[in-house]
Design a protein around this ligand. Structure first.
Ligand SMILES: [Zn+2]
Ligand SMILES: [Zn+2]
Length: 253
């Protein structure tokens, strides 16, 4: 099993996950041009993707879904709430699932959605099993719930949001209402929240840690790294930070 972020942050998110012959895309918030270009750099034909799964309706996660899935005839999996709130009128091969329901079987992958606190209609994230490996994905969450900790407790790899540094957010360019939203219980995870989650998980067993959805305005790589280093210097040395404007390349699990 392997995965790759194709772009991560408030200007667009998409993550490719592959096991055996199956490839799925988590979110589709990039333009068709950027997506196809970044997929090509991984030697992936868009039409080889079995499904696009949506986490929630914010534009940085669904902005390209109608055009991309429509063009290549890829089924789109969404919670009913996310799809309703997305308001996409384009004819699409839509498959609905419940954000708190059981695992979805798509080819060689088993994909378990779980609910998270975020200011969207029915947001969820995923724990993905394939090849005897488990990848946990968590971005766009304002706080860590006991349920999140439980769902991510046994992963071999994690894609984890470290969106902002609270002091930079307060001193940054956002108006107070946006600062309150981003830093609130239904906003985004800070570096400290991400580190605290890692501290309470079996992080020594993690073979890959991809830090995602890092804010360009309210965070810095050295602050992300020092927050994670406070939990484990070894983990900090091998983590990967997902960039916004290009992909990460394949990350094997
Ligand atoms: Zn987002
Ligand atoms: Zn969001």
């Amino acid at each position: 099993m392997r995965f790759a972020a194709l772009g991560s942050g408030s200007r667009g998110n998409a993550t490719l996950v592959e096991s055996g012959l199956t490839r799925v895309l988590i979110d589709c918030g990039l333009s068709v041009k950027a997506l196809t270009h970044r997929l090509a750099s991984l030697d992936v034909e868009p039409a080889s993707i079995a499904a696009v799964l949506l986490t929630h309706e914010h534009g940085d996660h669904i902005g390209g879904v109608a055009a991309f899935a429509g063009r290549y005839g890829i089924p789109v999996w969404s919670t009913p709430g996310t799809w309703r709130a997305a308001g996409i009128a384009t004819e699409i091969d839509l498959r609905l699932f419940l954000g708190h329901g059981g695992a979805l079987r798509i080819g060689d992958l088993s994909i378990a959605p779980y609910p998270i606190p975020h200011d969207a209609r029915e947001p969820c994230q995923f724990v993905i099993d394939g090849d005897g490996c488990r990848l946990g994905v968590l971005t766009d969450a304002g706080s860590i719930t006991p349920h999140i900790r439980e769902r991510l407790s046994d992963c071999d790899a994690l894609m984890l949001e470290a969106n902002h540094d609270p002091a930079l957010l307060r001193a940054g360019p956002y108006p107070p209402s946006v600062q309150a939203r981003v830093g609130g219980a239904f906003g985004h995870l800070s570096n400290q929240q991400a580190a605290e989650l890692l501290d309470r998980l079996e992080h020594r067993a993690l073979r890959q840690l991809l830090i995602a959805h890092v804010s360009a305005n309210n965070n810095r790589e050295d602050l992300v790294r020092s927050a994670i280093a406070a939990v484990s210097v070894e983990l900090e040395q091998r983590l990967v930070i997902a960039p916004q404007s290009r992909g990460t390349g394949w990350l094997p699990i």
